[in-house]
Design a protein around this ligand. Structure first.
Ligand code: ADP
Length: 671
């Protein structure tokens, strides 16, 4: 710790007395809040009575050093310049249109709140008293309007939003208390201050009951007035009063959440810090250990602030949904205390023991799956979804952002090697399987390392011109492709349907294969199917059986034949119910003896009566269908809005058709 380093730097260790003197001077010199200074003085007092050779002495010194080193009053000045913020976000990120909009709206409401000034309405039927008050407040820089009675005041309140109403208590037509009651209803957030020459306990109590914040006796003490109003202004402009929820970026890894957070910090001129919460197991890691424990440390939040040296960084709480299952204590409760503007002005770290104000910190949480978060926590978060990228977007991101950075980092600048779009596309398809671009970034890094090695090994014999990495060179540098994507088949087959599933990293196509053989009506299902999928397969089978007449199927077939259902592609999770429609069509095709078109893919949950229900992950599934070369995708009618919200550029050649029932879907898929 800093303190001990200082002690060992000198030639001779200074005596403990001078340590304590130095600390005493620091305690008085630092701009500490009252309670912190008191705590520091108490600790120092204890130290003066402690023998320097016992362990507690060192513990106490470390505590004081930490307390004094915290950025109680140090903050970077905020610059809230929206065009600047937009420029930073755009320069750093390709696409992400909706995310950027949401972030800019968030910043806009912040800056508006701080920019509109403080509006005061002064109500008094005595002309001179009112004019005087108005004058004093205007001189302080506030926006001031006046009203000569309660009714006029209410007119004003209907037309403008005031932060504060200062009203006389005794007035004709409508007195101050009545005005207070009416104003409460019209504008609940407006504070009211009562001023009266008849200051009595009764009226004061009545006023307090109605929620007047302040009560000033006439003649008004101007210093008291200025101080009280200034307090209210601080409350309004401090982010504490900024009740907007904390941003929570949700989406798969590598989709740019951290990097957008960094861009926000840069745009605001704030420092950025990220702590990963994945696998966090103990509340004390966040909130510190009590000093009674041996080796107690402050929590990560305060440690980070101490290291950053400012009280207003952008603080990213990464993977808030990945807190260890065996967490000791209630993570949601700690987060509420940290994130909730009502509570975080008084955040108490167990080690520090005195409250530290976290209200200036701009928290951004990230989560891969917000479904994992508890209700009360989710209420406080404004979730901004980040979606997976299409292969085309990944190539653009790689070319415009990832590759230039990797080349610079590997010193491959003179001249820049050329990596062709086809090579990048091959890396996207054959070497990564993810919704974001993190592994792609890593593979680009690998390519760069190989190129750097080649350049050095080549020495002067290296070609003078730029090296070109094309698709043919990629396997030579990275080894054979790791992933083989399923492509839509080319021949129509009986009993084989093409389905679309959503895995955490994106969409995939799967084939549902059904065959029948002589037997006694037994059903076998293979392909590591989850329980839900097995159930929807049974539902599909019952439905097809029940419609045997309509579909022209001999009902005996279900009794005299065994059925085997198989879904290959072992690495793809097959858990959900969204393959119900695919199974139903595969079975209908099998028993009808009619082939299905190989270029038609489908997704949808089904009911026992053959209705098709909407499912999730539509965008990812459509991207997967397009990638695999499908021409038509059959979707549940209920998913129409999802498709309307999509950018047509993602999968231009895909025909989407919507169905309500399995029977509607069948003719669309039959060859
Ligand atoms: P996350 O926090 O979502 O896991 P990161 O922000 O760490 O993802 O992103 C991983 C890498 O991909 C970073 O280098 C980031 O700059 C880059 N990246 C992600 N999305 C984009 C994008 N839309 N444009 C440019 N670069 C991006």
């Amino acid at each position: 710790m800093l303190f001990f380093q200082k002690r060992t730097e000198g030639a001779l260790p200074p005596s403990p007395i001078s340590d304590l003197d130095q600390l005493a001077a620091r305690i008085e010199a630092e701009a500490l809040p009252f309670h912190a200074r008191e705590a520091a003085r108490r600790e120092l007092e204890r130290l003066t009575k402690t023998d320097p050779s016992v362990a507690e002495y060192g513990v106490g010194l470390a505590y004081l050093d930490f307390l004094l080193g915290l950025p109680w009053n140090v903050a970077t000045p905020d610059r809230l310049d929206l065009p600047g913020a937009e420029a930073v976000l755009d320069a750093r990120h390709h696409g992400l249109g909706q995310v950027k909009d949401r972030v800019l709206e968030y910043l806009a409401s912040r800056s508006l709140r701080n920019a509109t000034g403080f509006h005061v309405l002064v109500v008094d039927d005595e002309e001179i008293a009112r004019a005087n008050l108005e004058h004093v407040l205007r001189k302080e820089g506030y926006q001031v309007r006046g009203a000569s009675n309660g009714l006029e005041a209410l007119e004003e309140v209907r037309r403008w939003e005031f932060d504060l109403i200062i009203t006389d208590l005794k007035m004709d037509k409508m007195d101050g208390l009545e005005l207070l009651a009416e104003a409460r209803v019209l504008s609940p957030a407006t504070r009211v201050m009562l001023v009266t020459g008849f200051a009595t306990v009764d009226t004061a109590v009545a006023a307090m009951r109605q929620g007047a914040v302040y009560y000033l006796a006439k003649p008004v003490n101007l210093d008291e007035l200025r101080a009280t109003v200034a307090g209210l202004v601080r409350e309004k402009t401090a982010p504490t009063a900024f009740r907007s929820p904390v941003l929570c970026f949700s989406g798969p890894p590598g989709t740019g959440k951290t990097s957008v957070g960094q861009a926000i910090a840069e745009a605001l001129g704030r420092k950025f810090h990220r702590i990963s919460l994945a696998g966090l197991r103990d509340e004390a890691e966040l909130r510190g250990h009590r000093r009674t424990y041996v080796g107690a440390l402050p929590g990560r939040v305060l440690q980070s602030l101490s290291r950053l040296g400012v009280r207003n960084p952008v603080f990213m709480l990464d993977e808030i949904d990945k807190i260890g299952k065996d967490f000791r204590g209630d993570p949601a409760a700690v987060f509420l205390e940290m994130l909730d503007p009502e509570q975080n002005g008084q955040f108490v770290d167990n080690y520090l023991e005195v409250p530290f104000d976290l209200s200036q910190v701009l928290f951004i949480a990230t989560a891969n799956d917000v479904g994992e978060l508890s209700g009360p926590l989710l209420d406080r978060l404004e979730v901004v979804p980040f979606q997976g990228y299409s292969a085309g977007e990944k190539v653009r991101i790689a070319e415009d952002h990832l590759l230039p950075r990797q080349l610079r980092e590997h010193g491959l600048t003179h001249p820049y090697p050329v990596v062709t779009p086809e090579a990048v596309r091959l890396m996207v398809d054959g070497y990564t399987r993810e919704a974001g671009v993190r592994n792609l970034d890593r593979e680009l890094g690998r390519i760069c390392r190989k190129l750097a090695k080649l350049r050095l090994e080549g020495g002067t014999a290296a070609p003078a011109g730029p090296v070109t990495v094309d698709a043919a060179l990629v396997p030579a540098l990275l080894g054979p492709a790791r992933f083989v994507r399923e492509a839509a088949g080319s021949t129509a087959r009986v009993g084989v349907a093409t389905g679309l599933v959503y895995a955490g990293y994106g969409g995939e196509i799967i084939f549902v294969e059904a065959i029948r053989m002589k037997g006694a009506g037994a059903l076998t299902m293979t392909g590591s199917l989850g329980e839900v999928l097995c159930e929807s397969a049974k539902t599909a089978l019952s439905f097809v059986r029940s419609k045997a007449g309509t579909l022209g199927i001999d009902p005996q077939a279900f009794l005299t034949d065994d059925l085997h259902l198989h879904i290959p592609a072992g690495s793809i999770p097959k858990e959900g119910s969204s393959a119900g429609l695919t199974v139903a069509l595969a079975l209908a095709s099998l028993y009808m003896g009619r082939a299905l078109r190989p270029d038609v893919a489908m997704t949808g949950e089904i009911t026992l009566t053959g209705n098709v229900l909407p499912v999730g992950g539509i965008r990812e599934k459509l991207l997967a269908a397009a990638r695999a070369g499908a021409k038509r995708v059959i979707l549940p009618e209920g998913n129409r809005p999802d498709v309307l919200g999509l950018d047509g550029g993602d999968c231009p050649d895909l025909e989407t058709v919507f169905v309500r029932t399995v029977l509607e879907a069948l003719p669309l898929a039959l060859a």
